[in-house]
Design a protein. Structure first.
Length: 277
């Protein structure tokens, strides 16, 4: 089974080419982000939600610290521009994937096809998409931020607890599908397999693509496409390389080889590309 949660109240404004500081201020003013927005921006709030959902779905004692987490601080409007060129968009995706080795858990910005239902989730809305081994996909959608939705959720939880205290019954249905919880055996994120989107910012000069391609080839990573939108700033030139499906371990090793290339203005931004959700 696979569980994906889209939890990204800031993505709507970033996608409309506003600066991150403007996005953050707008989210705070609307009540979608706290005065200290790090829990949202750095993915910690979404990580806690994924830990709870994974525990419910898989019967394992998942802790937030078990989950690989990246926030959205490095996402810029240019990343959305390139994603749109590929008929994708960017969303903060919480993913729980069941593999023969165990659960791979992650919270990170990812590219998803614009044709998928999760791509249409915007603003304060959250969504949960579940795929089982035998059943059809199911999708759950609703507001996940703001004073009224938060208040309703808190009060409904308090009322449920109060009813259970007053009418306690050994036969009541447990929220868990499992009678006992087993210890969680974490599978490292390096075992994940995906296509990847690599966005670079470079000081333009001859031979850059050849050097980057050499680093990828050294880790048996194949290039799928190279994209460069017009840009007059040759000292800070953004462009994108997408690669064919490979392991996270291989893509990290390739990026490590690139770290000493002096034409890089900043470390590459690496985002997984989901095939379909």
């Amino acid at each position: 089974m696979k569980v994906n949660v889209r939890d990204d109240p800031s993505g709507q404004w970033l996608e409309n080419s506003l600066k991150f500081s403007v996005v953050q201020a707008a989210a705070q003013e609307a009540g979608y982000a706290e005065a200290d927005p790090s829990a949202d921006v750095d993915g910690f709030d979404a990580r806690s939600k994924l830990a709870l959902l994974s525990t419910l779905a898989y019967g394992e004692q998942v802790k937030p610290a078990d989950i690989y987490t990246e926030g959205i601080r490095r996402i810029t409007p240019i990343d959305f521009e390139y994603a749109h060129q590929l008929a994708h968009t960017i969303r903060l995706i919480c993913a729980a994937r069941q593999t023969p080795a165990g659960l791979i858990l992650s919270v990170r910005p990812s590219l998803i096809p614009q044709s998928t239902i999760l791509a249409s989730v915007r603003g304060a809305y959250n969504a949960v998409w579940v795929r089982g081994e035998f059943g059809a996909d199911t999708f759950y959608y609703g507001r996940g931020a703001g004073p009224h939705p938060t208040g309703v959720a808190v009060v409904s939880d308090i009322m449920r607890v109060a009813r259970e205290i007053r009418h306690s019954s050994a036969e009541r249905v447990s929220p868990f599908a499992h009678s006992t919880l087993t210890p969680h055996k974490a599978v490292p994120i390096t075992a994940n397999e995906s296509a990847y989107f690599l966005r670079f910012r470079v000081e333009d000069k001859p031979g850059i693509i050849a050097q980057l391609a050499s680093a990828l080839a050294a880790e048996n990573v194949s290039i799928d496409a190279v994209l460069q939108l017009p840009n007059a700033n040759w000292r800070n030139l953004p462009f994108v390389i997408t690669v064919e499906p490979t392991t996270e371990a291989a893509i990290r090793a390739a990026v490590a080889r690139m770290s000493e290339m002096r034409f890089l203005v900043e470390p590459p931004l690496v985002l997984p590309m989901e095939k379909a959700l």
